[in-house]
Each structure stands twice: as C-alpha cells, then as structure tokens.
Design a protein around this ligand. Structure first.
Ligand code: HEC
Length: 212
C-alpha cells in the first residue's frame, strides 16, 4: 500500500514503534518488521483477514495504538493554578528520578522507556513552549501546548494513567527535569524524512517489544 506508507511515516509515533511498509525496501532489509506487534494496521493489507488479530495479547497494552481522542480538559491547566514552587535543583533531581519510574504508569512504561537519549521527540521539542506537538493535536485537538500540559498528556495517553494534581511537587519536578532534557535536545535532521526505516534506530526502543 504505497499510498498509506508516507502518511504513516510522517508521524513520529509511527517511527517510534518500528514501522514496516509493505513493498518498501525497508521491509526487505528489516527482518523484524513483520513481527512488530505495534505496526499500524493500516500498512498491513492482510490485517482484516487475520483471524488472530482479535486475540493479539499486545493490543490492549500497546500505548502506540491508542489513537483515540482524549478529553482536552484532562491535560489543560485550570485557570488560576500554577506549578508548585521549589528549589530548582531539588525539583530537577526529583524529576530525573520520576522520569525513570515505571510505577507512574499503568502499563509498565516510564518516560525513559520512550524518551531516553532524546528518542520520541519531534523537532518541535526544540522550540520554546507553548508550541505545536503533533500527537497533542491529533489526540487532544491542541494547536499549542505548554510543557507541563505535555507531561500530563504523556501520562494520560502513552502511560495510560491519570494526570497529576496541577499544583503537585511531582508535576513541577517532571516539568523541571523535562526542561533540562529539552535544553540539550538537538533535532534529528533525518527523522522527518525517515528514509531509513530499515535501519530503524527506534526499533530497540519499541516499548512493546520488551514484553514479548
Ligand atoms: C510510549 C511512549 C511514550 C512514553 C512512555 C512517554 N512519551 Fe512523551 N511522547 C511520546 C510521543 C509519541 C510523543 C509525540 C511526539 C510528537 O507528536 O511530536 C511524545 C511527546 C512528548 C513531549 C513533547 C515534545 C515536543 O515536541 O514538544 C514531551 C515534553 C514528552 N513527550 C514528555 C514525556 C514525559 C515527561 C513522559 C513521562 C511522564 C513521557 N513523555 C512518556 C511518547 C511517549
């Protein structure tokens, strides 16, 4: 399905999960592509006929498949509230710890599962907040989103849990540490064009792969 491939490739979520496009040179070179449990169904012309699809044990846990819309209010900072105050160094240290804490999610993922070494971030991450983030638009209708709201968004969507209290130390800490990560972020010039699905540097970070 050549027409479906470029569209899927253009989303970072798709490249994150190790994309397989039927008929592309990528598929030929990547022996794992066909086994990727997260590969978007739209690229698989056989999906509809697959008698096992409904029994796929990964489906429910696949954070990438959750393209459903969320209620934007869940991750929109309520008027009149603000981040908790605190010593910046303390917040950053606490945020760094939380970043790797799988207990924050209901699906065994931590922020680090997807974002270690700047993985999972589109070029937009380099811009000052608030700014446009594709996933936040697609699943929440946000045309601009603030950093603390983006943290809440990743808690609610890929980590399948509840947003944190808006004035909590935890949210302030995660936001502070994510700001530190952002400061050292350099966009990957290849990501947008992704000519290299075959050499997919994200495949190893596929949060679903580890569970097999
Ligand atoms: C299952 C993978 C996954 C997990 C876990 C995850 N994220 Fe994300 N994150 C993504 C994806 C996908 C995007 C969307 C990138 C896009 O559309 O540009 C994203 C985007 C972001 C962005 C916005 C980047 C930008 O362009 O401005 C931030 C900030 C962020 N995540 C922080 C976090 C934090 C903090 C956590 C932990 C609480 C977390 N993420 C957990 C996958 C994940």
């Amino acid at each position: 399905m050549p027409s479906a491939c470029p569209a899927v490739r253009s989303t970072l979520a798709a490249s994150l999960i190790g994309l397989a496009c039927a008929g592309s040179p990528a598929l030929a070179q990547n022996p794992c592509a066909a086994r990727n449990p997260c590969a978007p169904r739209t690229t698989n012309p056989c999906a509809g006929k697959n008698p096992c699809a409904a029994k796929n044990p990964c489906a429910a846990k696949n954070p990438c498949a959750a393209a459903a819309k969320i209620d934007a209010k869940l991750v929109t900072r309520p008027k009149g509230t603000r981040l908790a105050d605190g010593d910046r160094a303390v917040l950053v240290a606490e945020g760094k710890r939380l970043w790797a804490d799988t207990k924050l999610s209901t699906n065994g993922l931590s922020c680090a599962s997807c974002h270690t070494a700047n993985a999972g971030f589109a070029a937009s991450f380099a811009q000052p907040y608030p700014h446009y983030v594709q996933m936040a638009d697609q699943q929440g209708g946000f045309k601009r989103i603030a950093l603390d709201e983006m943290v809440q968004f990743c808690l609610v969507v890929p980590m399948a849990t509840k947003p944190m209290a808006w004035g909590s130390k935890e949210l302030a800490a995660l936001t502070a540490y994510t700001g530190v990560v952002q400061a050292s972020f350099k966009p990957n010039p290849c990501a947008a064009k992704n000519p290299c699905a075959a050499k997919n540097p994200c495949a190893a970070k596929n949060p679903c792969a580890a569970k097999r």
